[in-house]
Design a protein around this ligand. Sequence first.
Ligand code: GTP
Ligand code: MG
Length: 118
Amino acid sequence: MGLFDTLASWLGIKRNEVNVLCIGLDNSGKSTMINQLKPSSAQSQDIAPTIGFSVERFSTTSLSFTVFDMSGQGRYRSLWEHYYRDAQAIIFVIDSVDKMRIVVAKEELDALIIHPGS
Ligand SMILES: Nc1nc2c(ncn2[C@@H]2O[C@H](COP(=O)(O)OP(=O)(O)OP(=O)(O)O)[C@@H](O)[C@H]2O)c(=O)[nH]1
Ligand SMILES: [Mg+2]
């Protein structure tokens, strides 16, 4: 962070930007979890399966979060890797009740861990 950014941050002029990537198998609860982080007035009552991805923004006094809520459907999983490099944090959601697909979740998590961009 440069001097101007440091001063601006101290003075509260500029919030630090944080990109968060949320991934995991379809139906694992990613969008539901992100919806719970929103103020109650902004929360959706119905969560539909995500197509491609959606973007949500949250702010605290010092941080601005941009959350990339990715679809977990097989046809969209190849999109995930394009967001690894610019993410300051990655949340990998696992539905522990979905025993049938826990192996698939492990394969995707392993692929994330060994990916050079993550
Ligand atoms: N019982 C229970 N159901 C949940 C929970 N979290 C999510 N669900 C339900 O699981 C279903 C899928 O949730 P989503 O949040 O759409 O899952 P997702 O991971 O975003 O799925 P994709 O967008 O398809 O990748 C919805 O019907 C939710 O109501 C939970 O903690 N408990
Ligand atoms: Mg979703």
